[in-house]
Design a binder for this molecule. Sequence first.
Ligand code: ZN
Length: 272
Amino acid sequence: MESLLSLFSFAFGAIIGSFLNVVIFRFNTGKTIGGRSCCASCGRTLSWFELIPLFSFISLGGKCRKCKSSISSQYILVEFFTGLLFLLVALKELSFFSDLSPESVLGVVVGWLVVAILMVVFFYDLKHMIIPDSLSQTLFLVAVGNFVLNLFLFNAGVGYAYAHLTSALIFAGFLGLLWLISGGRWIGLGDAKLATSLGLLLPLSSGLSALAFAFWIGASVALVKIAHTRLSESQKRITMKTEIPFAPFLIAGFILSYFMQSDIFHISNLFL
Ligand SMILES: [Zn+2]
């Protein structure tokens, strides 16, 4: 039973992932989400067997069947990681499928929605250096809905409200301040908006850990990028103005902290 539910969670995630790919590629391009997918190179409409998540990409060797041009690796990355994260969310929220209480099921639904939205934000921000407002707003609705349902339907208690609200305030305040003092050069206002929802989804202990992870990962990637640029022949200098999108780090930090229920600052006992 557990293995069946695990398989279902992964497969469901991979299918959602293949839909998210369409959203990432077509969002704000004027193209509709509907309509058959076609090769980005030769425009040939893809047949049904070329649209099976993961399998199609692997069996085609990552190349178009007709024009042999490479298919973006984003396809398989999004399908695989959405599947993996959907599985991990289900395992975590349902305690390895042993707890099917309404609270836990809500946890899975919210977790899956959050993963789907963050997957689009992650790749969209990498490509376009901007977080569409509609995505931040959808995430905000999910975060508020989760908070309200836990508080009023499942009586999560004052401690829950306090831990999640302070987390949201610190995320919003800290990133808002960075945005303000840097005049939008270090991080965008979109990052601060996204962060507020991410903060609300976590209790303060995990929230602070997520912020720390985000900055550590961001700093590591920036250092590697600087070293790489120094070594490359172009010798283009990386400055503070070199745009590195921040949302992917924020999302990575959030996901790490969510799964590990991290409390690197040991503050969760403050609320007990
Ligand atoms: Zn083609």
